[in-house]
Design a protein around this ligand. Structure first.
Ligand code: RIB
Length: 313
């Protein structure tokens, strides 16, 4: 049965590849809509980038809503140093012509979830959690309508990437992440601990180029643009490919391993702001609110991505 999903995203090259992987899996996902988030770059770019990606894949039937222009409490922190001045630098994609929806992304989430039967919608979060956090504050009853949240967020064993202790998606809006993690909704978290095992080596990117279709070639060009920052920082043979871990987990969970644990968000100390405090060894009696994915199979992951990208225009 197809998963009915709403995608929260701040594209960003890796988010773009995640969206393309989803669109290459039409038998597995029914995409109800996309809510663009301020994160990797300002909202005016992320909503435009979401539309560019849909037009690249020929899926202008999917509505794009713009969410909040900044986090719930803190000023916006962006990552142009990784993603470039447009947030989706790499391929030369045309300005989008499909319309942006007029309805605010938070209102879209509330309306769509309240109209749905309980537990029938999966939230696929590739970004800071601002809009879901705000929707939960506005209408707490949506918690019962969401079947699962599958999110790229957090880090524990790997340490942080935007600070020594925090992963970017959580750091940008720790208060929103806190609201979501306390919501009681079933959550699967794909943190840096697993996404750092998924490295886009030259061979893996060349495999995408060799597919020859415009979406796979654009995906390779996107990663070739954003990888230098991570290659220099980590000295690895490939940059970590974060976002597509979310659809890959939903498509082939056997590629991943994790456990149910408590994850609590640091929202007090500036030193550790946005840290996902993962009680991986179950030392405390805090509620096990997250299925925390610690490991994955890189070969299977890249085989899956190539297979799904190949199906696109
Ligand atoms: O921490 C990694 C995540 O934050 C990735 O999705 C990257 O694009 C940034 O948004």
């Amino acid at each position: 049965m197809k998963r009915r999903i709403i995608i929260l995203t701040d594209p960003g090259q890796d988010e773009a590849v995640a969206i393309l992987t989803i669109l290459g899996s039409p038998d597995d996902f029914e995409v109800l809509g996309i809510v663009a988030t301020a994160g990797n770059i300002e909202l005016e770019f992320t909503e435009k980038n979401a539309r560019k990606i849909l037009e690249l894949a020929g899926r202008t039937d999917i509505p794009v809503h713009a969410g909040c222009s900044r986090p719930m409490h803190r000023p916006l922190v962006t990552a142009q140093h990784v993603h470039g001045p447009t947030g989706l630098d790499g391929p030369d994609l045309p300005e989008p012509t499909m319309p942006l929806q007029k309805q605010h992304g938070v209102d879209y989430l509330v309306e769509t979830l309240m109209a749905a039967a309980s537990g029938t919608i999966t939230i696929c979060s590739l970004s800071p959690l601002t809009n879901l956090g705000m929707a939960l504050v506005k209408e707490p009853r949506i918690a019962g309508r969401i079947g699962e949240i599958v999110m790229m967020a957090g880090a524990y064993f790997e340490g942080g990437n935007i600070t020594p202790t925090a992963e970017f998606n959580v750091y940008v809006d720790p208060e929103a992440a806190d609201v979501v993690l306390r919501s009681g909704i079933r959550i699967t978290m794909l943190p840096l601990d697993v996404t750092h095992q998924m490295r886009s080596t030259k061979e893996r990117l060349q495999r995408w180029r060799s597919l020859g279709n415009r979406c796979a070639v654009a995906a390779a060009e996107m990663m070739a643009f954003s990888e230098p920052f991570d290659l220099k920082k980590y000295g690895w043979d490939g940059a970590p490919l974060h976002g597509p871990c979310v659809p890959a987990y939903m498509l082939k969970p056997a590629l991943f391993r994790g456990r149910d644990i408590n994850v609590t968000i640091e929202t007090g100390s500036e030193l550790t702001m946005g840290m996902t405090v993962a009680d991986y060894w179950r030392i405390t009696d805090r509620p096990r609110n997250v299925f925390y994915v610690r490991d994955g199979d890189p070969e299977g992951y890249y085989d899956l991505l190539a297979e799904r990208l190949a199906r696109l225009p």
